[in-house]
Design a protein around this ligand. Structure first.
Ligand code: NDP
Ligand code: 8X3
Length: 251
């Protein structure tokens, strides 16, 4: 029987690329997000005789909906081996004194509380089976802070701290916990951050080659294919043209 992975935010970007990678290496998938049409298209692409795919459509900010939807999984699908906590976003890029409360709430409720919600639903089964692997998608913004990144950076610093905390608490239960922290990845991330302003989003990647979602999935593949006794705690993955959160080299 294939191992089972649940990926939050599989409807685009890094989550979608991780789903494709996991299908390729033999996982059955639970793909989640709010945009059901995207998830259906992805399931159609990935499902075949070797890969089973379940779609769960829910907003990770809604605890009750998250629980209700996960509860609908058949018993054998509840035996989740791998959780990738990927759903997340940046909303806005303003100095703190001009920040928008709704943007802040979206980021904290998704990046932090959403990660906790899904983790809390999945961890008990892993503890029962004394086996599991959780990978949290953090960011270079989880270890550095840049101008106008304030609340997004805070949310990813929290993801970093939570990863460490989860790793300690889940140690006696044989559950691996790690994080992947990418620098710039060209996905829908900047379009979301700039509230749909494509021109502003394109500027983020102008003059340099960023990471692509598949590059991050490659790194996650390394993390999930280590032997049982090896855990990758945290991986920082940057474009060659980006030395830190603030030092980029643009042609
Ligand atoms: P995308 O915008 O392409 O993907 C974000 C995913 O998160 C989508 O599938 C979206 O699905 C899902 N999502 C967002 N909000 C919610 C919600 N409330 N409930 C459920 N799902 C949600 O961006 P990325 O792939 O780049 O982002 C993925 C992760 O990577 C994020 O955590 C981001 O912070 C992190 N990251 C991104 C970097 C980058 O430069 N792109 C760098 C470092 C980290 P839907 O809209 O269908 O709900
Ligand atoms: C996304 C990358 O540099 O915008 O986490 O924080 S960055």
């Amino acid at each position: 029987m294939n191992k089972k992975a649940i990926i939050t935010g599989a409807s685009s970007g890094i989550g979608e690329a991780c789903a494709a990678m996991l299908a390729r290496i033999g996982y059955d998938l639970i793909i989640t997000g709010r945009r059901s049409e995207r998830l259906e298209n992805l399931a159609n692409k990935l499902e075949n005789k070797n890969t089973a795919v379940k779609i769960l459509t829910f907003d990770v900010r809604d605890r009750k909906a998250s629980k209700d939807v996960l509860d609908t999984l058949p018993e054998d699908w509840k035996k989740i081996d791998l959780l990738i906590n990927n759903a997340g976003l940046a909303a806005g890029a303003d100095p703190i004194q001009e920040g928008d409360w709704d943007d802040w709430e979206r980021m904290i409720d998704t990046n932090l509380k959403g990660l906790l919600t899904v983790s809390q639903l999945v961890i008990p089964g892993m503890i029962q089976r004394k086996s599991g692997h959780i990978i949290n998608v953090s960011s270079i913004a989880g270890s550095e802070v840049y101008a106008n990144g304030n609340v997004y950076c805070a949310s990813k610093h929290a993801v970093h701290a939570l990863t460490k905390g989860m790793r300690i608490d889940l140690l006696p239960h044989n559950i691996k916990v790690g994080s992947i922290a990418p620098g710039m990845v060209e996905t829908e991330f900047s379009i979301v951050r700039y509230h749909g302003d494509q021109e502003k989003a394109d500027k983020v990647y102008e003059g340099l080659t960023p990471l692509y979602a598949n590059d991050v999935a490659d790194a996650v593949e390394f993390m999930v294919t280590r032997p049982a006794h090896v855990n990758v705690n945290d991986m920082l993955l940057m474009p060659t043209a980006q030395a830190s959160a603030v030092y980029n080299y643009r042609e």
